[in-house]
Design a protein around this ligand. Sequence first.
Ligand SMILES: C[S@@+](CC[C@H](N)C(=O)[O-])C[C@H]1O[C@@H](n2cnc3c(N)ncnc32)[C@H](O)[C@@H]1O
Length: 234
Amino acid sequence: MSKAKKNRRNKKTANIGLKTRVKSAKGRKISSTLWLQRQLNDPYVARAKIEGYRSRAAYKLKELDEKYKLFKPNMRVIDLGCAPGGWLQIAQRAVQSMPENPTIIGIDYLEVEPIAGTIILQKDFSDEDAPSAIIKKLGGKKADIVLSDMAAPTTGHRQTDHIRIIALVEMAADFAIDVLAPNGTFVAKVFQGGTEHQLLNRLKQHFSKIFHAKPPASRKESAETYLIAKGFKG
Ligand SMILES: C[S@@+](CC[C@H](N)C(=O)[O-])C[C@H]1O[C@@H](n2cnc3c(N)ncnc32)[C@H](O)[C@@H]1O
């Protein structure tokens, strides 16, 4: 065998198991093929599978917690847009919420497989009675942290998508301001160019510190960032 041929063969062998290339199937859109290819090659997806997390998003909250010290044992947590449950898993471990006295409430309009130590509501958060349903599950007590990873499905129409994103974050912020205990924390997914000055100013009035973060687990090409508001003034 020639040296060049041998080199090519060695290179091919070395690549096996490192990357998965997805052949585009008939009927599958190019965007779906690219998504599948990205999922199969994503180290966070692989890690989530090994470590038993339901979403790669779990690592975003884990990284935010490591940096901003969000959780302490026994905290009361509300997770808006919680499906499939990765953030609930991280929060449950961090605050050590137990099935006999759960202190974590999650809400999503999608069904979520139960997670011990958490209460899950299948409901649209924009329903008028959603806030009261969550507060009822918390036994009327104030929350220590409100998380929102909610994202509206995109329509492809930029302005419509922008308005829907802002509306969701504002709804989550209003709720956090209503339900948080003094010194509480609000964490929300926002999109670059999507945090309106009005919302930021409002949060500045109610919280002593505001941070913007892009955790390493958040894909670089995604416009999402996270807003962390700490020290709720009540
Ligand atoms: C990115 S996912 C959340 C992932 C989650 N943090 C995890 O780690 O598993 C966003 C979720 O927000 C939910 N969502 C969006 N709008 C909502 C609404 N109005 N009410 C309830 N859930 C909503 C979606 O159904 C979706 O499951």
